[in-house]
Design a protein around this ligand. Structure first.
Ligand code: HBI
Length: 354
């Protein structure tokens, strides 16, 4: 059975800008895999979105504010000429051409509009509970349209009161892009949007204590935050490598002894964590969010006390206990595009059967 799928991207940035964070990778990976399986896929995204091989319908309008910067009781914000509103007006116009609309935005409007559409809509919720308005509208859709709320991890689902109504999809990568590296150089890695919720300063502090170079990859979203870290740790052995395309990132990341993952908030999953595993790079991570389901303690990484630099240091000292081959193996078993594609396709089929 082949389906006609319309993917609605995140409204906080154009695809390829890095502003969309993990969702950019998720959308392109799922789209690639659905096309490979013979489904038809079109992606609706903000103006300026680029993709090498995916069909994109660019929509103009003002970008949405990132939900993680909002407070729990915030009302819903929509700019005038909101790109989110414009994207969903387009979806309304073309919905008859599709079997299923898949929403990747962590925003109130797509969920609120669901009952107004004739076409079935699946929502891949990319973060845990952040605001009361989102919690409420997601629950409403989860009750009215059972099985249409997808999440990346059990831990993420458990941040919502309706966890049992969520379909857990994990995530997946095109492993053919990631090369396994058996012999790393003496260096650690940190990958992610450079912003306060990602806790980069702890990784810098741990690298300084251990005297091991820390390679930093990612979009420098909050420059003042970056400068504060550089002032706080003037002679830490850190190198800002930049925001690299996946091909370059995996080459550099694979050379590292471990990836330090220091989220301040409950990360729904941990795309960078499975990218590291795909290169054979073990993880030293805060015991928080989706990471707790990705790491096999003592084998593919160590889960340490959240926000504890000392915990990171202890993990770094035990690095040689970890098995790089097991890291790659884990990625191949659970996080390949095929494995993710099976989970996503089954999710779609079940929704379309109703
Ligand atoms: N905020 N409002 C809003 N909408 C999104 O789609 C969104 C976001 N913040 C972060 C985000 N998406 C993604 O970077 C993460 O879910 C990965």
């Amino acid at each position: 059975m082949y389906h006609k799928l319309l993917f609605m991207s995140t409204p906080i940035g154009s695809l390829g800008s890095g502003l969309g964070g993990g969702v950019e990778l998720t959308i392109s990976n799922i789209a690639k895999e659905m096309l490979r399986r013979g489904h038809e896929v079109n992606i609706v995204a903000p103006q300026g979105s680029i993709s090498s091989s995916l069909p994109i319908k660019e929509i103009p309008g003002e970008l949405q504010i990132p939900a993680q910067n909002q407070s729990r009781s915030d009302p819903i914000f929509l700019h005038k000429n909101s790109v989110l509103a414009n994207m969903w007006d387009y979806a309304r116009q073309v919905q008859a051409d599709y079997d299923l609309i898949v929403n990747f935005a962590y925003d109130w409007l797509p969920l609120y509009l669901t009952p107004f559409f004739n076409c079935a809509i699946a929502h891949l919720i990319s973060m845990g509970s952040l605001t009361n308005a989102m919690d409420q509208i997601i629950e409403q859709v989860a009750i009215k349209f059972p099985g249409t709320i997808g999440v990346h991890s059990k831990t993420q689902a458990e941040t919502f009161t309706f966890a049992e109504r969520c379909i857990c999809l994990l995530n997946g990568l095109d492993l053919s892009i990631y090369r396994f590296c058996a012999e790393p150089t003496q260096s650690l890695a940190w990958v992610g949007r450079i912003a306060p919720e990602k806790g980069l300063e702890d990784a810098v502090a741990a690298a300084k204590i251990m005297g091991i170079p820390l390679k930093i990859f990612g979009f420098k979203q909050d420059v003042s935050y970056w400068e504060k870290i550089c002032q706080q740790y003037p002679n830490a052995p850190i190198e800002y490598v930049g925001f690299l395309p996946t091909i370059e990132l995996q080459k550099e990341l694979g050379q590292c002894q471990a990836l330090l993952v220091t989220p301040r908030w409950i990360e729904a999953f941990g795309n960078v964590a499975i990218e590291a595993l795909a290169c054979g790079v073990p993880l030293i991570a805060y015991r928080r969010g989706g990471l707790t389901e990705i790491i096999e303690e003592g084998k593919t990484g160590f889960l340490v006390e959240p926000d504890s630099v000392q915990g990171l240091v202890e993990g770094i000292k035990r690095l040689d206990e970890l098995d790089r081959q097991a890291c790659r193996q884990k990625a191949e078993t659970l996080y390949s595009l095929e494995a993710m594609g099976d989970r996503v396709e089954e999710w779609f089929q079940k929704i379309l059967q109703k």
